[in-house]
Design a protein around this ligand. Structure first.
Ligand code: AHM
Ligand code: MG
Length: 324
């Protein structure tokens, strides 16, 4: 579809292309886009209306919650509940499953409403990550944890919204990966990055350098190689922003096990699965310490995993070192 197509039209045309599509997933994507517009607005005026700063609360991961985290959590939850296509969702900000009361809904959603939240107060890019599954429990019954622990390959769609110098929504339903930039004046997401393919090779590496001494030797060796090759080090500390840059320019993002986070820091269901799904559809690769991210069998909702994700040739070099 041509650059300049609105997200709404794009979703509609995609639905028409699939004879048996009922429109429910299309509606769900529209609901997410609506919440994204609202969060975009809140992020942009956060400094003005005193939304920034901690609330003095902690989320289920024991991290301090920013006000905007709460705002984004509420907005996405409300949009998905009102939309009617989703029977339940899980959020990185909430301990348990959130039931929407729409037991006829075919879909469940895992969402990190505001990723990179430590960056809110300093005007640095932040993002939302989402992952959609078709429920496995019977329609009309209450959804269960089983609906969320299906595994990465069962995602029917995944994407993110990056609230950066512009706001962009990138998603895939398993075919192409497409990016839609938000046009403030029109109030529309406009197709700006059709069929994103990540470069085969790259020269950017992204990790938290302060943790390097606690990385396993294979990762340290890989990073030494990056420095010898004079690659560029870039680390924003917002996964969505680091991932998006590397996806477009070619690079690798690493969050290995550390002494503070021996299982890795990032969450399998909210962060690793959706970005792995996107990366693979765009020609990239995503692994944990032991193999493909999408192959990891999930055990519980807030499970963490090491994440290495990026351009295929960089990932191949890293994989060889991890296997050695
Ligand atoms: P969050 O979901 O609480 O925002 O944490 C995830 C974030 C990622 O966006 C980012 O890549 C990572 O944590 C940064 O962690 P660190 O500060 O340890 O480098
Ligand atoms: Mg996060």
């Amino acid at each position: 579809m041509p650059v300049g197509t609105t997200l709404d039209r794009y979703i509609m045309q995609r639905q028409l292309a699939f004879a048996y599509a009922t429109g429910e997933l299309s509606q769900l994507l529209r609901d997410l886009a609506l919440a994204a517009k609202i969060v975009h607005r809140e992020v942009n005026r956060a400094g003005l209306i005193d939304l920034t700063g901690g609330m003095g609360l902690q989320n289920v991961q024991g991290e301090s919650q920013q006000k905007l985290d709460v705002v984004a959590d509420i907005r996405f939850r409300r949009a998905l509940t009102n939309g009617g296509e989703v029977c339940a969702l899980i959020s990185e900000e909430e301990e348990d499953i959130i039931y929407t009361g729409n037991n006829q809904g075919k879909y469940v959603v895992a969402i990190d409403p505001l990723d990179g939240s430590s960056n809110i107060d300093v005007n640095v890019s932040i993002g939302t990550i989402f992952s959609i599954y078709r429920r496995v429990t019977p329609i009309g019954t209450a959804p269960t944890v089983e609906d969320f622990l299906q595994g990465g390959h069962e995602q029917v769609a995944a994407g993110y919204i990056l609230y950066g110098s512009s706001t962009i929504l990138v998603y895939t339903t398993g075919h192409s990966v497409d990016g839609f930039t938000y046009d403030n004046s029109l109030g529309e997401f406009i197709l700006s990055h059709p069929d994103i393919k990540t470069p085969t090779d790259g020269a950017i590496y992204s990790c938290n350098d302060g943790n390097v001494d606690t990385y396993e030797p294979a990762i340290q060796t890989y990073l030494t190689m990056c420095r010898r090759k004079e690659y560029t080090a870039r680390y924003i500390g917002s996964l969505v922003a680091d991932f998006h840059r590397n996806l477009l320019k070619g690079g690798i993002y690493l969050y290995p096990p550390t002494s503070k986070n021996p299982d890795g820091k990032l969450r399998l269901l909210y962060e690793c699965y959706p970005l792995a799904f996107l990366a693979e559809r765009a020609g990239g690769k995503a692994i944990t310490s032991s193999g493909s991210v999408l192959d990891v069998q999930p055990q519980y909702l807030h499970q963490r995993a090491p994440l290495y994700i990026g351009a295929p040739s960089m990932m191949n070099e890293l994989t060889q070192l991890l296997r050695a």
